[in-house]
Design a protein around this ligand. Structure first.
Ligand code: UDP
Ligand code: MG
Length: 326
């Protein structure tokens, strides 16, 4: 075991939500590529309040392989919370975050590790090579929304997220430490990964179809996720609503001047019930949208101020600290 002390360690963080079928497949498949690396490893499964047998599957694996550690949440707190819990407890010199459903292909692990180790990058992110083969059967609308989202967030903020970037990313310890210094409640990891900076490169991969289980992202969840991203990294929408107000006010001022002049010089009768109603509705709509927008930011401030923990842990298995105590 003496040689082991010299080896560096790779921590693999895996958020799991209702993945009973995928947990063993993930382990088998990923292990093949970890073995190629000749490195110490730990796999940290974070069970995000699954309602199926995921936790038992993880415990089973733990009895087979002592490098497996596991965190069980008291309920479902979402993938962002699960990733954070895993990253916090990771002890490796390198940390990689991966989905449990094998849609983040493990064959990229050696390549990512090589880029960090030999090419002196600090982080390697994976992105999906186009969505053309559409192995995920995504609807046309979902692909379109994703496109708009990346364009919008990159234009509106001072970070640059790679189009079709994923949360699949391997990082050196210093990047992980920087990430852990961010104490935000509303976490949008894809943005935070970029925000911390460091020398980063990307590798692309062809989309992989989920073999078991189903995606837990509904359209509403995705919309919320996009809003989270935009409000976390940009206040431009707030400025836009102010600009829109200014535009409307100037236009209505011009129109008012036109109506008065028309009445005085051409004696036109002021009519237009339809115009009045449309204008009221139009302005009312704009005001409500602006209020809603403001609400999005205020709601997030509210959550931020409450400072509730991002997740509650029910149980930890094979904690490093426990082993150090022994
Ligand atoms: N996940 C999670 N908590 C959730 C939803 C998802 O930990 O509330 C995990 C899930 O088990 C998977 C990863 O996050 O490992 C990605 O989820 P999913 O495959 O549903 O998303 P998609 O691939 O469709 O983006
Ligand atoms: Mg998936």
């Amino acid at each position: 075991m003496c040689g082991d002390i010299m080896l560096e360690k790779l921590s693999i963080v895996v958020p799991c939500f209702n993945e009973e079928k995928m947990v063993p497949c993930f382990y088998q498949e990923t292990l093949i590529y970890i073995k190629e690396l000749a490195i110490n490893y730990e796999i940290i499964f974070v069970n995000d309040g699954s309602s199926d047998n995921t936790w038992n599957e993880i415990i089973k694996l733990n009895t087979l392989d002592n490098n497996i550690r596991a965190i069980n949440f008291s309920r479902n707190f979402g993938k962002e919370a699960a990733m954070l819990a895993g990253i916090r407890s990771a002890k490796g010199d390198y940390v990689v975050v991966m989905d449990c459903d094998l849609q983040h292909p493990p064959y990229l692990l050696p390549k990512m590790y090589y880029l960090l180790k030999k090419e002196a990058y600090d982080a390697v992110g994976a992105y999906r090579l186009g969505r053309t083969n559409n192995k995920r059967n995504e609807s046309f609308l979902r692909i379109l929304y994703a496109k708009i989202f990346y364009k919008f967030i990159n234009k509106m903020s001072n970070i640059n997220i790679k189009t079709n970037a994923t949360d699949y990313r391997m990082m050196k310890r210093r990047v992980v430490n920087a990430l852990l210094e961010i104490n935000e409640y509303n976490r949008f990891s894809k943005g935070l990964f970029e925000w911390v900076g460091f020398r980063t490169t990307y590798v692309g991969y062809e989309d992989v179809k989920r073999t078991q289980g189903k995606s837990s992202w509904s359209f509403i969840k995705l919309l919320n996720y996009a809003l989270e991203g935009i409000t976390s990294f940009s206040t431009v929408p707030l400025k836009l609503s102010g600009l829109l107000g200014l535009l409307c006010a100037s236009m209505s001022f011009l129109y008012m001047a036109y109506v008065i002049i028309d009445r005085i010089f051409r004696g036109t009768e002021v009519s237009g019930w339809a115009t009045t109603v449309s204008l009221i509705l139009f302005l009312g709509g704009i005001m409500l949208i602006s209020l809603g927008l403001l609400g999005e930011y205020i709601g997030r401030i509210y959550n931020e101020v409450k400072k509730r923990p991002l997740y509650i842990i029910d149980e930890i298995i094979n904690n490093e600290e426990d082993q150090d105590d022994k």
